[in-house]
Design a protein around this ligand. Structure first.
Ligand code: ATP
Ligand code: MG
Length: 361
């Protein structure tokens, strides 16, 4: 938390690396470790990676100071909360602390809060740079009740001369239409492997993380476009690596800390299906099941491995993905048994056999 306070009062001229150049706390010396997601939370809009179009719009807002009410929506760990704080910091400078009210899902945000806390903050007099507004950040706004959102509608208008609202959420449809129509909606998408990798490399460098290429690849594979997930896994794998003499963040460590089925085993299953070798496929699947992974973890990894498979013929890959989709649906509906997974593997092998018979493969 100290880091937060420090960063909040940072001068805007600070270089982005200021947060990163501070004393390393990530070593394996048993010292208290600051979570890297907080230590490396970008303070300026320009340091946020990915979602270029959205960030260009935010930077334009920061430059002109012409802030509309905003809704930022998109998947977890893509930089919504970070962006809205960076924007507020750039707009308000030293007044950031007094000019921003943040309410997130951990605060009570019922109608009373909207009526009292938000109202009294909106009525407060705060000295701000000329032409700027106070900012109310409603993080995780999709968890606000509809009643509280309804109460917000008029409030947003009444105080529009002094206050702007920035809402961050995962699903924009959970924000009532009336609020959506009062705000500009900015969308975030999952980050690409390159974008996450660029950030991981920066962190590895400043924390002096010993890593192997396949280790970082494994982190990208498991993160699924979520930067928070990637940084957390990197830190966990690094702690594990530090605890072993000469340890490196490699594939094995990453899958150990992520506790996900190892894609190499899953790849062996898919390859066995692809060559019509049902027995091997079933035996590997049984092994995975015996190690205690849940059906949803296994099907998730089968999907990812299949999607990234580079030698499967395209037609077959599409058929496989279709079958995986159906099985995933059944598992999500509660039929999370080994039998379902075995059925999937059998159908995938059957497809190979059928194609072989037709002489297509
Ligand atoms: N685009 C990004 N560039 C750099 N770091 C990022 C980015 N997105 C996320 N991070 C890292 O992940 C952490 C979490 O990001 P953030 O809180 O902004 O996610 P979020 O989009 O608000 O997710 P949620 O929907 O779960 O609230 C940040 O502290 C930062 O370290
Ligand atoms: Mg957030």
């Amino acid at each position: 938390m100290e880091i937060d306070k420090e960063n909040n009062t940072n001068e805007l001229t600070n270089k982005p690396s200021d947060a990163t150049s501070s004393k390393s706390t990530g070593g394996g010396d048993g010292a208290y470790q600051v979570p890297w997601i907080e230590k490396y939370r970008p303070q300026l809009l320009q340091d946020i990676v990915g979602n270029e179009e959205t960030l260009i719009r935010l930077q334009a807002i920061a430059r002109d100071g012409n802030l509309p009410n905003l809704i930022l929506c998109g998947p977890p760990g893509t930089g919504k909360t970070t962006s809205v704080h960076a924007l507020a910091r750039e707009l308000l400078g030293k007044s950031y602390k007094d000019g921003v009210l943040e309410l997130n899902a951990s605060d009570a945000r019922g109608i009373d809060v909207v009526r009292n806390r938000i109202k009294s903050f909106a009525m407060n007099k705060v000295t701000l740079p000329p032409g700027r507004h106070k900012i109310i950040i409603l993080d995780e706004a999709d968890s606000m009740t509809t009643a509280a959102q309804q109460a917000l509608r008029r409030t947003m208008e009444i105080y529009s001369n002094s206050t702007r609202f920035c809402l961050a959420c995962n699903v924009s449809t959970k924000i009532i239409e009336a609020i959506q129509s009062r705000a500009a909606i900015l969308r975030y998408t999952r980050l690409t492997h390159e974008q996450i990798l660029s950030n991981l490399l920066k962190v590895c460098q400043s924390e002096k993380v010993p890593y192997t290429e396949d280790g970082l690849e494994a982190i990208l594979f498991t993160a699924e476009g979520d930067m928070r997930h990637a940084l957390n896994n990197l830190q966990a794998a690094n702690s594990l690596a530090q605890s072993k003499p000469g340890g490196m963040v490699n594939q094995k460590m990453v899958f150990q800390v992520c506790d996900q089925p190892h894609p190499t085993i899953v790849r062996a299953i898919v390859d066995a299906c692809d060559t019509g070798n049902l027995e091997v496929a079933l035996a590997e699947l049984q092994k995975l099941w015996n190690s205690g992974y849940a059906a949803s973890d296994i099907i998730g990894t089968i999907f990812k491995v299949c999607k990234a498979h580079n030698t499967l013929p395209e037609g077959k890959k599409l058929e496989y993905l279709r079958e995986i989709g159906f099985t995933h649906m059944r598992i999500s509906n509660g039929v999370n048994t080994l039998l379902q997974l075995m059925g999937l593997v059998s159908r995938m092998t059957q497809m190979t056999m059928a194609l072989q018979e037709k002489g297509k493969v």
